[in-house]
Design a protein around this ligand. Structure first.
Ligand code: ATP
Ligand code: MG
Ligand code: MG
Ligand code: MG
Length: 358
């Protein structure tokens, strides 16, 4: 019989529409001769629906982003509506062999869905509970990787209600990037060039997460990313050819949401136009980060490179953007794994890994 794959997409974070686009591409990539796909959408409110798996409806049309709504499918489970049975682990997932939780950000990339699937005993693509939770949290990721000797830029953590001290302002200097601790797609991030703008930036970040990071902005930054895949048959993890992203449009000063998805504002060099030893070091650091964070399945690791070719780890994404034009699949395509092969490999790795402690 065919392998039944539930693709869970949408979700409660601000990255909901990006997840929908990623899912549409995954549907197209799964060979119908080998896989039976169960499309499960999660609405922004957290309602689970058996969704319409028509990939053509899950694309960005101009500047209109796709969305899972109750109307796109029949409800299979949800949390709060008293007229529909409450969500139980595994609802909508009976008979499913493996889950591809292609969810970004909170309630998806953060260990919560992974915990549900562990309880249900259903294998899933990507990192486990702890690795997902730590990797989405930019504070704990930096703490763990700094302890491994991985360079990170100076930062301060502002827990709910906390403000940036004068000492930290002096230590970090201007400009700074203010970002939600657990976010993605640059949502809630502001570059602050004058302390007068700090409060508004903190408020914007706290719309996403009450815990916020303030980081020194790397001057003249070059951005390099690298894909990591879990090894096959118990082998060591593998790093892709890295890529450099260049934001080229004058109206974008950095890699913000619009530059990522809407404006054709960015270009990339695959491989980066950097000395071979810098590129190799990025690959080594990516593998080191993946291993130190108990990575599984896949991750995309983001770095900053300074004018002096110093490398700083920026952040890791355990479920990176997976649209056909996202960096992760493009870096793997350049490394010899095209999109369908990549998706198939990840599903197979998840099945082979199973659930539980290992
Ligand atoms: P992703 O979509 O990759 O998950 P994210 O929301 O987790 O993004 P970051 O990758 O941390 O956020 O930051 C988004 C962008 O903001 C970076 O790609 C870069 O352009 C800019 N940026 C963030 N922090 C800094 C910094 N300290 N110095 C310079 N630029 C920065
Ligand atoms: Mg991120
Ligand atoms: Mg992300
Ligand atoms: Mg990033």
């Amino acid at each position: 019989r065919k392998i039944r794959v539930a693709v869970i997409f949408g979700g409660r974070s601000g990255e909901h529409p990006i997840s929908c686009v990623s899912a549409g591409n995954v549907f197209e990539a799964l060979d119908p001769g080998e896989f039976e796909v169960v499309p499960i959408g999660i609405t922004r409110e957290g309602r689970w629906v058996l969704a319409d798996g028509d990939p053509t409806r899950l694309a960005i049309a101009g500047r209109v982003l796709p969305e899972v709504t109750d109307a796109t499918g029949e409800a299979v489970a949800l949390a709060a509506d008293p007229t529909v049975p409450a969500l139980r682990a595994g609802d909508g997932l009976s008979g499913v062999d493996v889950v591809f939780p292609i969810l970004h950000g909170a309630y998806g990339e953060d260990g919560t869905v992974q915990g549900l699937l562990e309880l249900a005993g259903i294998p899933y693509v990507g990192a486990g509970v702890l690795s997902s939770a730590v990797s989405l949290d930019k504070e704990f990721t930096k703490r763990l990787l700094a302890a491994e000797g991985v360079p990170v830029v100076p930062y301060a953590v502002l827990r709910p209600g906390m403000e940036l001290s004068e000492g930290d302002k002096e230590r970090l200097g201007l400009p700074v990037f203010v970002k939600p601790a657990r976010g993605g797609s640059s949502l809630g991030i502001t570059k602050v060039t004058d302390w007068a703008g700090l409060d508004a930036a903190l408020a914007a970040a706290r719309e996403v997460d009450p815990k916020v990071l303030v980081e020194t902005a790397v001057p003249g930054v070059r951005e390099v990313e690298c894909g990591v895949l879990e090894g096959e048959d118990g082998g060591p993890p593998e790093a892709s050819v890295p890529a450099e992203i260049r934001v080229v449009a004058a109206e974008h000063d950095w890699y913000d949401f619009e530059a990522k998805y809407l404006d054709d504002a960015s270009e990339f060099d695959l491989p980066p136009n950097l000395p071979a030893e810098v590129v190799e070091r990025v690959r080594e650091l990516s593998l080191k980060a993946f291993t130190a964070l108990d990575g599984a399945g896949l991750a995309r690791v983001d770095f900053f490179v300074t004018a002096d070719l110093e490398i700083y780890f920026n952040e890791i994404n355990t479920m990176p953007g997976f649209t056909s034009r996202s960096m992760f699949p493009m870096m793997w395509a350049a490394s010899g794994l095209d999109y369908p092969k990549l998706v198939t490999r990840m599903v197979r790795t998840a099945l082979a890994r199973g659930t539980g402690l290992r």
